[in-house]
Design a protein around this ligand. Structure first.
Ligand code: DQA
Length: 149
């Protein structure tokens, strides 16, 4: 079992070049590097997955039930549309934390609805690439509580 499965949704593979004024200058590779360093500091194993396809993400979350203790996820635009991803997350028993680089609540109305936040332990939004770093720490602390530490 991996401690934390980190899931990146559609278009996040283009971070760094994609609307940098909204999402920042860090690429996905930059974020992964920082997550790997922080995970090592926390003593947690992580696995990363990215897909632009809803069904692939549903399957990744289903398979996480046998493979990962917790999930840190940014499902990007599917956050606002996907009942299928919400249902998949609802079946996952471990800690689940949603992250967004931008502050969805200060953006368009359609981004102010998250179908997945309600089946998560909590959300970290609006801190740019740091949302992932903070989210990783949030998951780590939820795991510690579960471990009785
Ligand atoms: C996002 C916010 C979503 O509304 C958007 O579709 C994204 C990125 C974020 O991290 O700020 O692709 O999830």
């Amino acid at each position: 079992m991996v401690d934390i499965l980190v899931i990146f949704g559609p278009n996040l593979n283009l971070l760094g070049t994609r609307e940098p004024e909204i999402y920042g200058a860090d690429s996905m590779a930059d974020i992964l590097k920082e997550l790997a360093v922080e995970a090592e500091r926390l003593g947690r194993s992580i696995e990363i997955t990215q897909s632009n396809e809803e069904g692939v993400l549903v399957t990744a979350i289903q398979e996480a039930r046998d493979k990962a203790t917790s999930i840190l996820f940014n499902l990007a635009a599917y956050t606002h549309t996907s009942i299928a991803l919400r249902d998949a997350l609802a079946m996952f028993d471990g800690p689940k934390v949603e992250v967004h680089l931008s502050n969805n609540d200060s953006r368009e109305k359609f981004r102010q609805v998250s179908l997945t936040a309600g089946v998560s332990d909590g959300s970290v939004v609006g801190f740019g690439a740091d949302s992932f770093y903070l989210g990783l720490n949030a998951v780590h602390r939820l795991l510690r509580k579960r471990e009785g530490a």
